[in-house]
Design a protein around this ligand. Structure first.
Ligand code: GCB
Length: 603
């Protein structure tokens, strides 16, 4: 899906800013206005509504969240159409135009569009109402435990207990835009390329989905805007001398697609893309034929005030901090990040592991985290969860959105599902295959493994390309026992390697909650010293194993969660605090990561 962008034949209008807002019942009918409802109030777009409302019940409200604004449409030419474009609405969206249901979308982290009809274009003014529903259950991704509570006054209150460890922020999270495009337009562009064996030259092949026109021209431009090759879709366009997209050394070409009717330009779109090779071979993760070592983070889209809403300044600061500490990569845990973030990562040369919001696929997840370990019910995840349809949809939407990004080097099918329970293999086999079928670049696919699905118990690892582990030796296991942690960690890694000698292994999570300002002479968890000792212990083991290809810590920064006994106003495993102040451990990482090269660390 193309990002809304200005061009000679396209205009983009910003619909962000102040909207009218109300939680609960509302039925737009073309006559009424949300602003006339005394219970309505102001809201900004984009942001999570939760923290800005400053009211406990509204912060935790589950159900329909209504947004409305009135648009005085610009003139749209006869041969053009107008499209409403939502970067994301969390989690389910219904879009109404003058009271008419004009579009719907399920899934809170991918974009969708609504094309305005002739009738909509004629309406003056046009009332745009959006319902953002934030219910989660066993059919949605992420998975939530949904219940209806009877209140003392007889009211029924909807409740979602997150089956995952981050706050269920919701609302219109990413920009809303109105753009125009020609009726006969470019719908999608898929850039494929084949590099020569020496990686010096490439044949670029571009697929174009477009309306009926007489001619489609594809041009490849370098960063100075010089045309290097030109031809038709599906034709091999030869680049004699290629500048590769490298980790932290990005180079982006432009693929310009133009539609013509005779000599007349009908539509034009410029898609940036990088050329690089990704391959998994002999227990190594190769980028441009060199062994790559992942240094970086699991992150969240999470900032004060905005919650999960797009915060471009925070994104840029985060990636600058990431570079400063000597890292080279992050995982979009636990959902697709904004298109703006993906574009930024492309430009900065940051390597991205791209994840769908498949989190919480573990019945009784919170009970599993219970320190006492007593679970009332046996797990029955794969009969209880009805998420397959949502899962397929989100894989399709993610690949459609992110396929051309050079920064994306691997897809994640799920974070910490119950991959050791009967039924897991049947559930995941076709989803992993779906990624492989859809992605023209054939990137590796992984599943992020949970600590209960140990080698021998896990049922899916043979289906994926890289063994990605979330492990907390020295925290949830061997708590404050770092010597034992090292022994158990090494044992487990050796077991994985014995089972899958050709697959690289990396950590996609490891970490220890740390409250900045807490200190101790001894190994006391939650102190800044313990966080340092915890990481040193883990690194000692990583460095002793040649097939261990990467370390992504949990987490980049502290983040908001649902309340629970083991969360002290959020999760504090960040190397940075929620407001991005460094903890003591940042110095340790900076020293370590600036000494480890991105390529060729474990040849
Ligand atoms: C995990 C989850 C992550 C949690 C983390 C923790 O394994 O993938 O979402 O936040 O552990 O801190 O417990």
């Amino acid at each position: 899906m193309l990002y809304p962008q200005l061009s000679a034949k396209r205009k983009v209008y910003d619909l962000n800013g102040l909207w009218q807002f109300k939680q609960g019942n509302y039925a737009p009918n073309g006559q009424n206005r949300l602003s006339d409802d005394p219970e309505s109030e102001l809201m900004v777009v984009p942001t999570s509504f939760n923290d800005v409302l400053v009211d406990k019940d509204k912060r935790l409200f589950i159900g329909d969240n209504w947004y409305e604004r009135v648009i005085d449409l610009p003139e749209i030419a006869e041969d053009e159409e107008a499209v409403l474009r939502f970067g994301s609405v969390t989690h389910q969206a219904k879009v109404y135009l003058n009271g008419r249901l004009a579009g719907e979308h399920k899934g809170g982290f991918t974009p969708f569009e609504v094309v305005l009809t002739e009738k909509d274009l004629a309406e003056k003014p046009l009332v745009l109402s959006v319902c953002a529903n934030n219910e989660l259950n066993y059919t949605t991704l992420p998975v939530g435990n949904y219940l209806e509570k009877k209140m003392p006054d007889g009211r029924i209150k909807k409740v979602v207990k997150e089956n995952f460890d981050f706050f269920n922020y919701a609302g219109i999270h990413r920009p809303v835009k109105l753009y125009t495009r020609p009726k006969h337009h470019i719908e999608d562009i898929i850039v494929q390329y084949e590099l020569s064996d020496d990686l010096k030259s490439a044949e670029v092949m571009v697929k174009v989905e477009a309306g009926a026109v007489s001619k489609v021209v594809v041009s490849i431009l370098d960063e100075t805007g010089k045309v290097l090759a030109q031809g038709a879709p599906d034709q091999a366009l030869v680049l004699e001398s290629v500048t590769l997209w490298q980790p932290l050394k990005a180079y982006l070409y432009t693929c310009r697609v133009e539609l013509f009717d005779g000599d007349k330009l009908v539509d034009r779109y410029d898609e940036a893309f990088g050329i690089r090779k990704v391959e998994v071979k002999n227990a190594q993760f190769l980028i441009n034929d060199q062994p790559f070592y992942f240094k970086g983070f699991g992150k969240h889209e999470d900032t004060y005030i905005n919650g999960r809403g797009l915060n471009e300044a925070a994104n840029l600061m985060d990636l600058n901090l990431l570079k400063d500490i000597g890292a080279n990569s992050f995982r979009t845990s636990h959902y697709p990040y904004s298109e703006e973030m993906m574009r930024l990562a492309d430009r900065m040369g940051i390597v991205v592991i791209d994840e769908v919001p498949a989190v919480g696929l573990f019945q009784n997840f919170t009970a599993a985290l219970d320190l006492l370990g007593d679970k009332a019910e046996p797990d029955n995840t794969w009969t209880v969860m009805k998420t397959k349809e949502a899962h397929e949809a989100v894989i399709r939407e993610l690949v459609k959105r992110d396929k051309n990004h050079a920064c994306v080097v691997m897809w994640v099918v799920a974070n910490e599902p119950s991959s050791h329970e009967a039924g897991a293999r049947e559930y995941f086999e076709s989803l992993i295959q779906l990624y492989r079928d859809l992605d023209q670049q054939k990137r590796p696919v992984t599943l992020v493994n949970i600590m209960m699905a140990m080698p021998g118990k896990d049922l899916v690892a043979d289906l994926i390309d890289v063994i990605c582990l979330n492990r907390y030796y020295g925290w949830y296991k061997d708590h404050a026992e770092l010597e034992d942690a090292k022994v158990h960690l090494k044992q487990e890694l050796e077991d994985w390697h014995r089972l899958y000698p050709d697959k690289p292994i990396m950590f996609t999570e490891y970490g220890a909650d740390t409250l900045p300002g807490y200190h101790s002479l001894w190994d006391i968890p939650y102190t800044e010293e313990y966080q340092c000792d915890y990481y040193k212990a883990n690194h000692e083991v990583f460095d002793s194993l040649p097939y261990f290809v990467g370390e992504q810590v949990w987490n980049f920064a502290d983040f908001e969660t649902n309340v629970s006994l083991i969360r002290v106003k959020g999760n504090h495993k960040g190397l940075f605090s929620r407001n991005r102040d460094p903890k003591q451990v940042v110095r340790l990482f900076k020293e370590r990561w600036t000494a480890i090269p991105n390529l060729g660390y474990k040849p």
